[in-house]
Write a protein that binds this ligand. Structure first.
Ligand code: NAP
Length: 259
């Protein structure tokens, strides 16, 4: 049985949503789904032409191109987006990068870039966003982890570590901010067919299309879930696996990945 940890969102019409990482993949599909639901959506990422393609001239879409790695970008961005929408009901962080690395081929520069984009830029955003939402007295924050953050996996020693950090961060945020009236969501996708996974040279179990991922995200938030993981069986299976004693966990992982 699942319990709602956040208030339900019964009606998306007029909801003020900001999606960071909206130019492709899961973020783009989520923006399109929310626009269809009647939300007002600000779309951010670095590539303005891709954002425009995703928004497709929708009357409720506002483009706000930005590089989340820009120096001191967040205070101004949060103020401007909030002004454009007249407040913020939900900010969704979907920007991210994936560097497939084995433990014998660690590239320190790529490690730095992954942690900077996936983790540090988010803390930088939260430093301004959390006080702003607390002042507003309402609002939600959705953080995108990954099921690869549940347990150590082959070739995921950098990406998985950034996502494990985000899972922990989302849990901490929930503890501290839910009692203060904010909604916190942790999105943990399995494999989704996006530019990020295009270079994967292995069969991705449970591979989903971005619109299906967006449906799962919107449904999860509508129902007030804290953790939104998908696809259900593969993600749920890995979650259970991650709770097993190491001896059993590692042996199952070796057998199933063949590594
Ligand atoms: N696909 C999967 O199987 C999968 C699985 C688990 C978790 N996830 C997570 O889901 C999220 C979305 O991934 P995706 O698969 O949809 O990947 P994607 O299609 O590559 O999308 C990544 C998004 O991040 C934006 N972005 C990257 N660097 C940025 C920067 N410096 N500033 C602003 N925006 C930036 C990209 O836009 P620009 O290039 O235009 O800036 C793009 O919109 C990520 O957090 C990813 O880790 C994905």
């Amino acid at each position: 049985m699942m319990f709602d940890l956040n208030p339900r969102v019964e009606d998306w019409r007029g909801r003020r949503v900001w999606i960071v990482g909206a130019s492709s993949g899961i973020g783009a599909a989520t923006a399109q789904r929310l626009l269809k639901e009647g939300a007002r959506v600000v779309l951010s990422a670095r590539r303005p032409e891709q954002l425009a393609e995703v928004a497709a001239g929708h009357a409720n879409a506002i483009l706000y191109p930005m590089d989340v790695m820009g120096d001191d970008i967040w205070p101004r961005a949060i103020q401007e987006v909030s002004d454009k929408l007249g407040g913020l009901d939900l900010v969704m962080f979907l920007a991210g990068r994936y560097d497939a690395q084995h433990s014998w081929e660690i590239d320190a520069e790529a490690v730095q870039k992954s942690f900077d984009l996936n983790v540090v830029s988010l803390y930088r955003a939260l430093a301004t966003l959390v006080p702003a939402l607390l002042k507003q007295g309402s609002g939600g924050i959705a953080i995108t982890g990954s099921i690869s953050g549940y347990t150590g996996l082959p070739k995921a020693l950098v990406y998985g570590a950034t996502k494990a950090a985000l899972i922990n961060l989302a849990e901490s945020l929930y503890f501290e901010l839910a009692p203060k009236g904010l909604s916190i969501y942790l999105i943990n996708p399995g494999f989704v067919e996006t530019p990020m996974t295009a270079a994967n040279d292995f069969k991705m179990p449970g591979l989903m299309k971005p619109p299906a991922a967006a449906d799962a995200i919107v449904e999860g938030i509508s129902r007030g879930r804290f953790e939104i993981r998908f696809p259900r069986s593969f993600a749920g299976g890995l979650r259970v696996l991650s709770r097993l004693p190491y001896l059993l966990r590692f042996s199952i992982l070796h057998r199933t990945t063949g590594l």
